[in-house]
Design a protein around this ligand. Structure first.
Ligand SMILES: Cc1cc2nc3c(=O)[nH]c(=O)nc-3n(C[C@H](O)[C@H](O)[C@H](O)COP(=O)(O)OP(=O)(O)OC[C@H]3O[C@@H](n4cnc5c(N)ncnc54)[C@H](O)[C@@H]3O)c2cc1C
Length: 512
C-alpha cells in the first residue's frame, strides 16, 4: 500500500478557518503497518526523501503541515502540502546510543516522529512517570509543528516546548538526511544517527536556527526531546490585587507580594498568567499561579474541564452580539467577563498533561501574541489600553504569559524574560485594524517587540529584520549549511516570503 498519497487539488483550511484556499496537491503520509519501529521510521524517511527529490526536480514547492493550529498561513502553500499527523512513532533511545558526555538518565530522552501530537507524547510519558518540561495552553499541536512556530506556555523559568529539544532529524532530499544537535551539548552518538540513516552534525548555530524555523529548514522527521520525572502542578486561579499584579508583571518578584496561595505565597511558581479585561482594567485581575510539586506514586486523574482556555460558547456569543450590534464589545465583555475568564481554583493538583489539556475552541477566533521585555510590560499595557481609547473598542481580552529567553535564533521569546502579551477575541476587521497600529505605538514608547509566528500579526520583511537583527542574518546563513538555493526555495511559501524568511546566502559549505 502506498504510504504517500497524492490526493490532488483540495480546499485546505486550518483549525480556526483563518486560512481557506486551494492547494494544488494535498499529500497524505503514513507509516508502514508491519516491521519494527525503526524499520517503519526509516521506510517513511525514504518515502519523504523521494517525495522531496521529486518535488525539487519538478521545481515545485512543498510545505509540511502539522496539527493546522497556526492561525497565520505559515503552514499553507498553494502548490503542495504534506500532512504529517499520521507520522506518530516515538521511542526512548538506548543508553548505548547517547554521547559519553551525557550523564543524565537516558530514560529522560524521547524521540518523537514529527506528527506525534503533544497529547499522545504526554500520554506516552505519563505511562512511564515522565513529563514534558513545558507545553502550550492545550495539546493538539504536532511536535514538529509546535516547535516550528515557538509554542510556549507560561513556564517562567524554563521556556517553551522547543527549549526542551536536543536533536532534530531533518530531511532535505534523498541524499540529505541529517541528525543535528548542539556541539556544546551533544546528546546522541554516531550509533543513533546511523540507526536512522542520518549524518550526524554537531553545530550550535545550525541547531539554534533549525529548531524554530517555520517550515523553512527542510522536513523535520524526528525530534529528540529531553523530558523529566512527572510532576504535579498545584493550581491557584484567583483574583489578585492590582498592586501585586502590576509589580509581578514587570518583575516576577514573587517574594515581594502576598498572593492568596496559602503556604506557597512568596514562593516562585512554575507558571504565572494574568487575565485582564481591557474595559475594566483597574479591577483586580484574574491570575493563574501554578506551583511545581513532586509527582505522586500513584496518580488519580482529576475530573476534567475541557475548556482549557476561553470557553467557546462565551466567545461565540461575543462574536454574535458584536457582529449584530456594532460597538457593543465593551458592554458584552463586561457582562460576560465571569464566563470568559477561568473559574476560581484553590490548590487543585494535576499533572502538566491534565492541566494543559484538550480544547474544544473552534471557529473564527482571533489571536495575537506580542513578545516584549518583562520590564516593559506595564508600559505596554498602558499603551495598548490607550490605543483602545483612540481606536475604539475591540472584541477581545488581554492575557499576559511569561517565558524565559530561548537560545533559538528566531524564537519570539528573545528577551531575558519575555512577557507574551496576548490579545484574544473575535475575528473581524476592527481587530486587524487595531493590531496594525500596535508596532507604531510600541516604537513611540521605545519598547522592542516580536510577534508569535503562528498567530495573527501585522509583520512584514522590514519588521522581522527590525525584531531579529543579526539573529535573522545568522539564521539565513545557516540554511546554506544543509540546503542549496533551489532547496531553500522549495521550503518557502508566500507567507515566509512576505516576512523575508526565504532569503538564502551562499555563506557556508554544505554538510554533504
Ligand atoms: C486552540 C489553540 C491554542 C493554542 N495555544 C497556544 C499556546 O498556548 N501557546 C502558543 O505558543 N501557541 C498556541 N497556539 C498556536 C500553535 O501552538 C502554533 O501555531 C503551532 O505552531 C501549531 O502547531 P501545529 O502542529 O498545528 O503546526 P501547523 O500549524 O500545522 O504548522 C506550523 C508550522 O510548522 C511547520 N511544520 C509542521 N510540521 C513540520 C515538519 N514535519 N517539518 C518542518 N516543518 C513543519 C509548518 O510548515 C508551519 O510552518 C494555539 C493555537 C490554537 C489553535
Amino acid at each position: 500500500m502506498d504510504r504517500i498519497k497524492h490526493t490532488g487539488p483540495k480546499l485546505w483550511t486550518n483549525l480556526h478557518e483563518s486560512v481557506i484556499s486551494m492547494t494544488s496537491d494535498l499529500i497524505t503520509s503514513g507509516n508502514a503497518r508491519v516491521g519494527t519501529i525503526l524499520e517503519k521510521y526509516n521506510e517513511t524517511a525514504e518515502d519523504i526523501a523521494l517525495l522531496l527529490s521529486e518535488t525539487l526536480h519538478s521545481q515545485k514547492k512543498i510545505r509540511p503541515c502539522g496539527g493546522k493550529w497556526s492561525i497565520t498561513p505559515v503552514a499553507f502553500e498553494k502548490t503542495a502540502i504534506i500532512e504529517t499527523d499520521h507520522l506518530n512513532l516515538r521511542w526512548t533511545p538506548a543508553s548505548s546510543e547517547t554521547n559519553p558526555t551525557f550523564i543524565q538518565d537516558p530514560k529522560n530522552l524521547l524521540f518523537a516522529q514529527c506528527g506525534a501530537k503533544i497529547k499522545s507524547l504526554s500520554i506516552y510519558l505519563r505511562d512511564r512517570k515522565k513529563s514534558l518540561k513545558a507545553s502550550g495552553a492545550s495539546n493538539g499541536q504536532t511536535i514538529a509543528g509546535a516547535i516550528s512556530c515557538g509554542t510556549h506556555g507560561s513556564a517562567i523559568d524554563f521556556g517553551s516546548i522547543h527549549d526542551s529539544v536536543v536533536g532534530l532529524n531533518i530531511i532535505v532530499n534523498k541524499n540529505k538526511n541529517y541528525y543535528i544537535q548542539r556541539a556544546s551539548r551533544p546528546i546522541m552518538n554516531e550509533t543513533f544517527a546511523a540507526s536512522i540513516q542520518a549524518k550526524l552534525i554537531n553545530d550550535d548555530d545550525l541547531f539554534n536556527a533549525a529548531v524554530v524555523s517555520m517550515g523553512c529548514f527542510g522536513f523535520i522527521h524526528g525530534v529528540m526531546l529531553e523530558t523529566e520525572d512527572w510532576f504535579m502542578l498545584k493550581n491557584y486561579t484567583k483574583n489578585i490585587t492590582l498592586q501585586d499584579a502590576e509589580l509581578l508583571m514587570n518583575t516576577l518578584q514573587f517574594d515581594a507580594v502576598n498572593l492568596p496561595t496559602g503556604a506557597e505565597s512568596g514562593q516562585r511558581p512554575y507558571h504565572f498568567k494574568l487575565l485582564i479585561n481591557p474595559f475594566n482594567p483597574t479591577k483586580n485581575p484574574k491570575a493563574e499561579i501554578l506551583y511545581k510539586k513532586p509527582g505522586p506514586d500513584k496518580y488519580i486523574r482529576p475530573a476534567l474541564n475541557d475548556e482549557s482556555t476561553y470557553p467557546k460558547d462565551a466567545l461565540g456569543f461575543i462574536a454574535k452580539i458584536t457582529q449584530n450590534i456594532p460597538g457593543s464589545d465593551r458592554l458584552t465583555i463586561n457582562l460576560l467577563e465571569s464566563s470568559i475568564f477561568p473559574k476560581d481554583i484553590d490548590g487543585a493538583e494535576a499533572l502538566l498533561y491534565d492541566t494543559f489539556s484538550d480544547t474544544s475552541l473552534h471557529g473564527k477566533t482571533f489571536a495575537c501574541a506580542i513578545g516584549i521585555p518583562l520590564d516593559k510590560t506595564h508600559q505596554t499595557l498602558t499603551s495598548l489600553l490607550k490605543l483602545i481609547d483612540n481606536h475604539g473598542s475591540i472584541p477581545a481580552i488581554f492575557a499576559l504569559r511569561f517565558i524565559k529567553k530561548s537560545n533559538a535564533l528566531m524564537a519570539f521569546s528573545r528577551f531575558e524574560h519575555t512577557c507574551v502579551f496576548e490579545i484574544d477575541g473575535v475575528r473581524n476587521q476592527n481587530m486587524s485594524d487595531y493590531i496594525k497600529k500596535i508596532p507604531a505605538i510600541l516604537r513611540q514608547n521605545n519598547i522592542p517587540f516580536t510577534f508569535h509566528w503562528g498567530k495573527d500579526n501585522p509583520a512584514d520583511q522590514a519588521m522581522i529584520a527590525e525584531m531579529y537583527g543579526a539573529s535573522l542574518t545568522l539564521w539565513i546563513n545557516q540554511k546554506s549549511k544543509i540546503m542549496n538555493s533551489p532547496e531553500a526555495a522549495m521550503f518557502s511559501n508566500d507567507y515566509t516570503d512576505h516576512l523575508g524568511l526565504d532569503d538564502w546566502t551562499p555563506e557556508y559549505e554544505e554538510y554533504v
